[in-house]
Design a protein around this ligand. Structure first.
Ligand code: CMX
Length: 433
């Protein structure tokens, strides 16, 4: 028997042991935590510290103590715009202080001075197959810039724990300043006949990004809103945790962020926004190219669940209510695009999906998360290539995770190394003979 066949037999024999442990002994304690927590991805285990954001299961996210609405209201905005400078938000995430407009503009100027993307990044992107997923292109672009790392040079010159945050901050800011051009370049190269648009450094982060994407205002405000909303969701989600974990080995910000983005590219995490859109398109197509009736939609949702798939954009590991990031984007839609057909379908799904998920009885949270609304806004503004959506999530997420690892370095957090046990040890704790 070949290796793969032997492995298959071992897996088939092992699976019932794990299922039994979870189903019958999930509540048995292993030290302070349960077998279910140990096997089930560490849910609820408090073992990470961050002051950048906090996620309350019922209220949702607060950035540095402020709700989404408070952030959008209090932070300085470009003249005539509805959403704050992303650069000012970076100031806020790092310090916890709401910047004045002057302070935000200092960061805008600082970003501009760091924005030039090295030519070799474009060369590498161009050498990659054009059908590569945009997240793979995006993560690679960041990884390939690792030779620029100031932290790495600092480390090689003689590491000092007390001052290590300085070069981490420099790397973080260098990377962020380049993200709009890298992301927009990937978009225009891959989807728009290889027609990149040169940056306009008179514009802020959101404005320049919209310009390089080739999408007119108010898309600049959509970009600002989107990047802020997706920035941080405390430390335990896959992208934040991965970035933190890799950085904990004293890896620099390029290595760490690239790894975190690879986690974001998973369908249960950031890729869900692309899946929501392709799924809604399927609803649209299968139900006759029009807004479906409620009955049709209910049937489609049940068909999705009965096929073993998840309803993308619904459920959450921590949240137990509608995600305020969903609500914030819904309010945008109600204000600017209330008659959009896809938005109408999203709204209808919101009416029926929570009840169906409750009846289905599996998901602990039947409410929508950030991803169930975001693609529809992008689509409305002409960004219909939905496999690009996770890149947008990634640009935003970079702000949160890079603020976190700058602080990780400042506080000298330890290398991560949780302890493992074997299945046999769990069975012993559970009293299984
Ligand atoms: N549709 C159908 N089933 C769902 C579901 C959904 N939207 N959400 C959870 N479930 C199922 C799980 O698959 C799991 O089933 P099994 O016991 O058969 O494995 C069960 O309900 C229990 O899961 P849970 O404890 O409620 O959820 P988890 O913490 O394990 O997972 C999440 C959370 C987000 C991965 C899950 O809800 C999901 O897959 N949602 C759809 C994908 C999605 O929207 N992801 C984006 C998350 C937002 C982000 O990126 O931050």
């Amino acid at each position: 028997m070949g290796l793969k066949e032997v492995l298959k037999q071992k897996i088939d024999a092992h699976r019932p042991r794990t299922t039994k442990l979870l189903k019958e002994f999930g509540n048995v304690k292993l030290g302070e935590y349960t077998i279910e927590q140990c096997i089930g991805g560490g849910r609820g285990i408090k073992s990470l510290v961050t002051d950048i954001s906090y996620l309350d299961p019922m209220e949702g996210i607060r950035f540095r103590g402020l709700t989404i609405d408070e952030v959008m209201t209090k932070l300085p905005k470009p003249d005539g715009k509805d959403y704050p400078y992303v650069e000012g938000f970076w100031y806020f995430l790092l310090t916890g202080d709401v910047p004045t407009k002057e302070q935000a503009l200092e960061v805008v100027a600082d970003f501009k001075s760091r924005a030039q993307v090295p030519q070799y990044v474009f060369d590498v992107l161009r050498a990659m197959p054009r059908d590569e997923h945009p997240m793979t292109l995006f993560s690679t672009a960041i990884l390939v810039m690792q030779r620029e790392s100031k932290f790495c040079k600092f480390y090689n010159a003689g590491f000092n724990k007390m001052t290590a945050w300085d070069s981490m901050y420099e790397d973080a800011t260098d990377i962020l300043a380049k993200l709009p051009e890298i992301a927009a370049y990937i978009y225009r190269m891959k989807y728009k006949g290889d027609t990149p648009i040169a940056p306009d450094y008179s514009l802020d982060f959101g404005g320049n990004f919209a310009h390089m994407m080739g999408i007119k205002p108010p898309y600049d405000d959509v970009a600002r809103m989107y990047f802020i909303l997706h920035s941080d969701h405390e430390s335990g989600n896959v992208s934040a945790h991965t970035t933190h974990l890799v950085a904990s080995a004293l890896s620099d910000a390029y290595l760490s962020l690239s790894a975190g983005l690879n986690g974001l590219a998973g369908p249960l995490h950031g890729l869900a926004n692309q899946e929501v859109l392709s799924w809604i398109q399927e609803v649209y197509r299968k139900l006759g190219g029009k807004v479906p009736t409620k009955e049709d939609l209910v049937k489609f949702l049940w068909d999705t669940l009965n096929s073993g798939a998840v309803i993308p954009g619904y459920g959450h590991a921590v949240l137990r209510k509608t995600d305020p990031r969903y609500t914030s984007q819904r309010e945008y839609c109600l204000k600017y695009m209330p008659d959009d057909e896809l938005f109408k379908i999203v709204s209808m799904i919101y009416e029926v999906a929570p009840g169906i998920l409750q009846e289905h009885g599996k998901a602990k949270n039947p409410w929508p998360n950030v991803d169930s609304q975001s693609g529809v806004i992008q689509w409305y503004y002409g960004l219909t290539e939905y496999d690009f959506y996770t890149v947008l999530f990634g640009v935003g997420r970079a702000f949160g995770v890079l603020a976190n690892i700058t602080w990780d370095r400042a506080l000298g957090y330890a290398i991560e190394r949780p302890k493992s046990v074997t299945t046999a040890m769990l069975e012993e704790v559970a009293g299984i003979k």
